[in-house]
Design a protein. Structure first.
Length: 280
């Protein structure tokens, strides 16, 4: 039908074409984000413990790049812990959707941490607050990871726990002083500041996020455990191993750890969160 003097039919056709192009673009993005490597099982669990507020926050998602798990522990004793951990996890989750190649993962981790730290500092406006964070991307037979603070990533493999990331605590500083002969073992263990964080998100002197120089090689059956200090300060490795070997799925293992923590009923039990990924 020819257009009238106002060109209305042409406008309709043009709008339809734009709509079709938009739909094709959205479909291509969805196809790109569709997971290509199945077989990753995920479980998680959380308890507020004896705290008045849950300052831990966590999430996981899968794209064509791999499966991301991220966990943040808002620092106990500081205000705004919940805001800090929620902002950190949400930002990592959002930015991960824009990662288009595995070689971009290190930049994604470091740059997102830098941006999160700046945003938290801006939001706090001089008030106290902060959060730890561990993030891992499972891609095929490799784990890419980043960490800041004292939350940890562990690999459970055939009855053995393999530590992945160092803790950013004063205890690590004391350990180096002990190894160099500056202090005794008793002085190292008795120092009341040994658990104090020396680096975290929301810290104005934030240094950097610890990032794997090379991805951690995985084997079939490996279980990747992300947990806040409320887990590893309460459960021993023996207790964790008993739960992992006695459970049929990551979900059962994660919930088993939380059940064991709650059963202890510690008077000062911290928030506790665990995510478990199992490579198929």
């Amino acid at each position: 039908m020819p257009a009238g003097s106002d060109g209305t039919p042409y406008l309709i056709v043009g709008a339809s074409i734009l709509l079709i192009l938009l739909m094709l673009y959205v479909r291509s993005r969805l196809n790109k984000r569709k997971p290509e490597v199945p077989g990753v099982r995920i479980g998680n669990g959380q308890t507020i413990g004896a705290r008045n507020e849950q300052d831990d926050y966590f999430a996981s998602t899968t794209t064509s790049i791999g499966t991301l798990a991220v966990l943040a522990d808002g620092i106990s004793g500081l205000a705004n812990g919940r805001m800090c951990s929620t902002l950190a996890v949400s930002t990592f989750l959002k930015n991960f959707l824009n990662v288009e190649h595995v070689r971009h993962i290190p930049y994604f981790l470091s740059e997102t941490a830098r941006r999160v730290n700046s945003e938290i500092v801006e939001q706090l406006r001089g008030a106290q607050g902060g959060t730890t964070l561990v993030a891992g991307i499972l891609n095929g037979d490799h784990l890419y990871w980043g960490a800041v603070g004292d939350s940890v990533i562990l690999i459970y493999r055939q009855g053995e726990f393999l530590p992945v990331n160092p803790k950013h605590t004063y205890g690590n500083v004391l350990e180096q002083k002990y190894l160099s002969g500056e202090i005794t073992k008793d002085e190292m263990e008795a120092n009341p500041k040994r658990r104090q964080l020396v680096n975290y998100l929301g810290y104005e002197q934030f240094q950097n996020m610890e990032i794997s120089e090379t991805p951690f090689p995985l084997k079939t059956g490996d279980k990747i455990i992300f947990c806040s200090d409320g887990v590893y300060n309460t459960l021993t490795e023996v207790e964790m191993e008993q739960i992992l070997t006695g459970s049929g799925s990551p979900e059962e293992s994660a919930q088993g750890m939380i059940d064991a923590i709650e059963a202890k009923g510690l008077h000062k039990q911290d928030n506790a969160t665990v995510i478990i990924l199992e490579k198929g």
